[in-house]
Design a protein around this ligand. Structure first.
Ligand code: S3P
Length: 454
């Protein structure tokens, strides 16, 4: 699919957004190991969450979708069936890493595999600590396919130190830790998103986080005390907030398109996710935040965004973890800002769905952006102007949507090739931006949503 973004219209209107991807993944999987029926509303239906639901089917878990309401019949820890073939995780590292933890805690043998792109992503970061816990797991040169045999339960606890802050790894290990015979502590160099800790706490698990200085360095520790009974995790009842990482595309679009004013309703505002908000505010963005009641421990609010003149900014250190998925869209804000923006300490971006540093620099140059690549980031000298062109998202959903936003404020049309990858996390993207006023063509045709309201 080709997505053509025509220059012109400002964005106006109010919209809710589909459920958060990170919370959808966790809620579906944690519900499968809970005791009894869970009900999850505003569940994200997308490429990556479909992979997880399919895997759950292969593990013998019954679930049912009614619109965006997901009901899951949890079987408790130890309730998975042994799957017949490899579990296909598609492009989703979250699915693979979370499943590895859940399989470890349920003692289920299985093979985890995925697309060519997933097979390139580093899995040593889960294989090594899981082996330390006594899990029978091996990879293929540190990557998928990953084979998990029968492990002797209970697993070992103790302290595991991660070299990179990663909520995917932390979640994998916490899930495995549910089957540990002793307390487990995970040490991270940064505070990665804490949705797992909040959700497991709601399910009755004893979990606690703290900041500490170890050998002169600031670290973040997560301590888990495994539940005494394997069938004791409480089911989940939750309406998921809108995904902040999807909201990020609309926030930046409204900021850079003159005359825009939009409100995004019921967006998840967990502080471990909203680093981009703080950075945009420091760039001069007009964003009003109206808090709503929390949902199962997750902060939620409405965001009103108005077009703003932005100035360049530097991003580094702890800020990077809090906006790890938002660098492609941050680069677009930086390209339309006045002055230079620099990103440092972000080498982790090279092992996401694409090498996001290199892919961003290659594609932005095609649109006339003054961008320079560095080993752990990039710098952009904003001119406030982009010309048109044909770009490729390198198989990366977030790059595809960021390039689309770039097109909304460009002088000429920008065509994003292979844009169907957007389905991975935000299938409604084209409909939502069209309803707010963007002019787009899908494979050279006006989309249905625009035809209806015209
Ligand atoms: C995620 C964590 C992040 C993020 C990914 C989803 C999660 O990965 O990039 O899109 O749901 O835990 P890392 O924490 O491994 O950086």
């Amino acid at each position: 699919m080709n997505l053509s973004i025509l220059p012109g219209n400002s964005l106006k209107g109010t919209t809710p957004l589909p459920g958060d991807k990170s919370l959808s993944h966790r809620a579906a999987l944690f519900a499968a190991v809970a005791a009894g029926r869970s009900q999850i509303d505003n569940f994200l239906i997308s490429g990556v969450t479909n992979q997880l639901l399919n895997a759950l089917t292969h593990l013998g878990i019954n679930w049912k979708l009614n619109g965006t309401s997901l009901a899951v019949e949890g079987k408790g820890l130890g309730g998975f069936s042994v799957p017949f073939g490899p579990l296909n995780c598609g492009n989703s590292a979250t699915t693979l890493r979370f499943l590895a933890g859940a399989l470890a805690s349920t003692g289920t043998p299985a093979v985890l595999d995925g697309s060519e792109s997933l097979r390139r992503r580093p899995m040593d970061r889960i294989i090594q600590p899981l082996q330390q816990m006594g899990v029978n797991i091996k990879g293929t040169s540190g990557c998928a396919p990953i084979s998990m045999g029968v492990s002797q339960l209970p697993l070992k606890g103790g302290t595991l130190t991660l070299s990179v802050a990663s909520a995917q790894v932390k979640t994998c290990l916490l899930l495995a830790g549910l089957a540990s015979g002793e307390p487990l502590s995970i040490v991270e160099p940064g505070f990665s998103r804490d949705h797992t800790e909040r959700m497991l706490t709601g399910m009755g698990v004893s979990i606690r986080s703290e900041k500490a200085t170890i050998q002169g360095r600031t670290c973040y520790l997560t301590h888990l005390i495994p539940p005494a009974a394997r069938y004791s995790l409480k089911p989940i009842n939750m309406v998921l907030p809108g995904d902040f990482s999807s909201a990020a595309f609309l926030i930046v679009a409204a900021l850079i398109i003159p005359g825009s004013e939009i409100t995004l309703q019921n967006i998840g505002l967990n502080a471990t996710r909203t680093g981009l908000l703080d950075i945009l505010l420091s760039m001069g963005a007009s964003i009003q935040i109206a808090a709503r009641p929390t949902r199962n421990g997750e902060p939620v609010g409405d965001l009103t965004i108005r077009h703003s003149v932005l100035k360049g900014v530097d991003v580094s250190g702890e800020q990077v973890v809090r906006m790890i998925d938002e660098f492609p869209i941050f680069a677009i804000a930086a390209a339309y800002a006045k002055g230079t923006s620099t990103v440092r300490d972000a080498a982790e971006l090279r092992v996401k769905e694409s090498d996001r540093i290199s892919a961003l620099c290659v594609e932005l140059k095609k649109l006339g952006v003054d961008v320079a690549e560095t080993p752990d980031g990039f710098s952009i000298h904003g001119t406030g102007e982009l010309h048109g062109g044909v770009v490729d998202p390198h198989g990366d959903h977030r790059l595809a949507m960021s390039l689309a936003v770039a097109g909304m404020a460009a002088r000429e049309t920008i065509v994003i090739q292979n844009a169907s990858i957007i389905q991975e996390s935000f299938p409604e993207f084209a409909d939502v931006i069209t309803r707010l006023g963007a002019k787009i063509l899908i494979d050279d045709k006006i989309p249905a949503a625009e035809r209806v309201s015209a």
